[in-house]
Design a protein around this ligand. Structure first.
Ligand code: G3H
Ligand code: 13P
Ligand code: ZN
Length: 312
């Protein structure tokens, strides 16, 4: 099965009530590890890159970075029996969005969620016009997530307003919507008990009907955290979205589950373990290869949890 538009993957997931993980990558190794996991599970998969990832891959040049990712993902996907798409995560700068569209991404996110509602709507509408003319689908965000990433910053979360979500989808023609329901990016998601506003999510789904996206969805698997710490990491007080709560979000209408932190931690665990146990080794294919194995395991577990296994 070829490289496909993200809409093909998410419309099917929406119709059949499951979710597909969207995994962030920055390099070749994570892509290989994710695809290995998706093939083993016979599952569709979405690969996504942030603006930071594109900048990194292109050595500072967004057009080069976007082309490198499209080429890598497309060339691998063409040989695989599963649908694979490539998505721009948290597009904020027009230059990066245009670079992704021009290079051949299947979808882009326009993240104007830090702007007032009317302004977010106007910006999103403009990007939808440009992207749709090129056959590229679009994700937007309503409400804000707490947490800090390269270009994604907010001190506290503001949850989505379902009435606004309905109006937003109607007026912008956006294909997928990320409603803020209480998650945050990174490895420190909840101070007390993990809690998400599932009723609010259900209301957004009822009013919009389109595929919904959960950002900040990593579960921060404690076995991987412990393994990394055993081999010298210092990951303390890290907490993610528990698996059962994630399943509740899928029942509430989530179809795309953004996952970055879990892969970063699992790769780190495998890499650290290997380096400590093999101090004489200096072949990067060996130590990076060990990190990849741990990423593949986490990818497989997530595909099964979200109901994407066997849906290729
Ligand atoms: O939500 C953002 C992703 O985790 C990507 O993070 O900007 O550090 O690449 P990044
Ligand atoms: P995590 O930090 O929970 O993996 O979230 C990733 C994300 O939302 C990418 O857009
Ligand atoms: Zn995100």
């Amino acid at each position: 099965m070829p490289y496909v538009n993200t809409k093909v993957i998410l419309d099917k997931a929406n119709k059949e009530y499951y979710a597909v993980p969207a995994f962030n990558i920055n390099n070749l190794e994570f892509l290989q590890a994710i695809l290995d996991g998706a093939v083993a599970e016979n599952a569709p998969v979405i690969i996504e890159t942030s603006e930071g990832a594109i900048k990194y891959a292109g050595n500072g040049d967004p057009y080069l970075g976007a082309e490198i990712f499209v080429e890598m993902v497309r060339r691998y996907a063409e040989r695989l029996p599963i649908p694979v798409s490539l998505h721009l995560d948290h597009g904020k700068r027009l230059e990066y969005i245009m670079a992704a569209i021009k290079a051949g991404y299947g979808s882009v996110m326009i993240d104007a969620s830090d702007k007032p509602f009317e302004e977010n709507m106007a910006i999103t509408k403009k990007i939808v016009e440009i992207a749709h003319a090129a056959g590229v689908s679009v994700e937007a965000e309503l409400g804000t997530l707490a947490g800090i990433e390269d270009n994604v910053q907010s001190a506290e979360s503001i949850l989505v307003n379902p009435e606004e979500a309905e109006q937003f989808v109607k007026e912008t023609g956006v294909d997928f919507l990320a409603p803020a329901i209480g998650t945050s990016h990174g490895a420190f998601k909840f101070k007390g008990e993990p809690k998400l506003d599932i009723e609010r999510l259900k209301e957004v789904k009822k009013r919009t009907g389109i595929p919904l996206v959960l950002h900040g969805a990593s579960s921060v698997p404690q076995d991987m955290v412990e393994l990394a710490n055993r081999y010298g990491a210092k990951l303390e007080g890290v907490k993610g979205v528990p698996s059962d709560l994630l399943v509740e979000t899928v029942k509430g209408g989530i179809n795309k589950v953004n996952t970055d932190t879990d892969l970063r931690i699992s790769f780190l665990a495998g890499l650290r373990k290997y380096l400590v146990e093999n101090p004489a080794q200096f072949d990067p294919r060996k130590y990076l290869g060990e990190g990849k194995k741990y990423v593949t395991e986490v990818v497989r577990a997530r595909l099964r949890l979200l109901g994407a296994s066997g849906k290729a």
